[in-house]
Each structure stands twice: as structure tokens, then as C-alpha cells.
Design a protein around this ligand. Structure first.
Ligand code: NI
Length: 212
């Protein structure tokens, strides 16, 4: 289940989160120590790293309740981002769709792609409804209360922080950018970073689906 490649990637991601959190400030450093310990413990346990993910109850871009079980039985590509993101999020969402296109039918039909917002105040159901179809006809957008989003961000070990932009009279979000591939049981099976291109993703997804 947990291959060496994924272990290495998780370790790298743990380090990247660590760096991001240290940059985030003093309080964050304390949290970082916990996070790092947890990941290390899991690395040495049999289900190393698989505890990325967990239970949530959110609302989708059509206004329906969506939980971790809504798409159980399908593979899921999950990305955490926000619609006002100028560059990284749209690039990654586009990459997800390109990868699905490359995987092609019938395998791509076994995969549900999901965007979970890290900016629930601005990313309302309506905002998501206007945004997700720009990337893929089947892309689902999920939002919730600030508390609900905080919880799901923690479960999936995402770093996300509001950053004020004084010039723009608006805020932006500083955040980690990982695409998670979960299997039909809801377990993490692969992680794609910003420097993994659509071809790499498609090959990796195809090889994982070929084993099932
Ligand atoms: Ni972004």
C-alpha cells in the first residue's frame, strides 16, 4: 500500500510544511513540532502517512451536503485552494483536468476531482458554482463555515494562512499546494506537487488504477 516513493514524498512534504510554518511565526513553530512528530510516528508505523484525510461535512457548489463518504467507492483527486488565487490554484486545477483527460475513459470516470476551499468567507456556494465548471464539468467545489474548513485543513495537513495585501484592500491566502489521490476506501495513495506535471500525474494514476 505505502510504497517507498510515497514515503519519500510525505517526508519531503513534512519538511516543506515545517519550513512554511516556521516562516509563519513563533506560535506556528510549536504546532510544527507536533505535526512533525505525528508524521514521523506514522512513518514508522505500518500505515505510515495514510492518516492524511478524515471525516468532514461540507457543502458542495450545488448546495448539497458533502462528506468524506459522498464519493466513497471512487478514486478522488482532492485539491485545497481558493477561487481568488491568481496563479497556483488555477494552474493546479487545470493540471488535474488535463491529467484526467490523459488517463481517458473508462478509468477517468472512476475518479472524482474535488476542490476544497481554504477561503470559505469569499468562496460561497455561488462563487464556487461559477468557478469549478471553468476547469472540468465534473469538478466539485466544497465550502463550509470557517471552523469546518479549519478542521478539514488540519485533517489533510494543509498549511493555509490569510495574508493582508494593503495595496489591494484585500487579503490573499498563503497555502501549501498538493493534489491528493485517495483510493475508493478514502486512503491516500499518491501526492502530486506543483512541479509534477499532468503527464506525470496521468502515468501515476494509470499505474495505480491498473493494480486494482
Ligand atoms: Ni492558490
Amino acid at each position: 500500500m505505502m510504497n517507498d516513493k510515497l514515503k519519500k514524498r510525505l517526508t519531503r512534504i513534512a519538511l516543506l510544511s515545517l519550513i512554511a510554518m516556521i516562516v509563519g511565526g513563533g506560535m506556528a513553530v510549536l504546532e510544527t513540532r507536533n505535526t512533525r512528530t505525528q508524521i514521523q510516528n506514522k512513518e514508522s508505523s505500518k500505515i505510515a502517512g495514510i492518516e492524511i484525510g478524515g471525516d468532514y461535512t461540507l457543502i458542495d457548489h450545488t448546495g448539497n451536503t458533502s462528506t468524506q463518504d459522498t464519493y466513497k467507492g471512487q478514486y478522488q483527486l482532492i485539491y485545497f485552494g481558493f477561487t481568488a488565487c491568481p496563479e497556483i490554484c488555477p494552474t493546479e486545477l487545470q493540471k488535474m483536468s488535463q491529467a484526467l483527460e490523459m488517463v481517458g475513459t473508462p478509468n477517468a470516470d472512476k475518479i472524482q476531482s474535488i476542490l476544497i476551499t481554504i477561503d470559505p468567507v469569499r468562496d460561497t456556494v455561488e462563487t464556487l458554482a461559477n468557478y469549478v465548471p471553468l476547469f472540468h464539468p465534473r469538478l466539485v467545489g466544497l465550502t463550509g463555515t470557517e471552523d469546518e474548513i479549519d478542521d478539514v485543513i488540519a485533517l489533510y495537513r494543509i498549511y493555509a494562512k490569510k495574508v493582508d495585501e494593503p495595496d489591494l484592500n484585500e487579503y490573499t491566502m498563503d497555502h501549501s499546494s498538493y493534489i491528493y489521490l485517495m483510493n475508493p476506501s478514502g486512503e491516500l495513495v499518491s501526492i502530486y506537487k506543483t512541479d509534477d506535471n499532468a503527464e506525470y500525474m496521468a502515468e501515476d494514476i494509470a499505474s495505480i488504477l491498473a493494480k486494482t
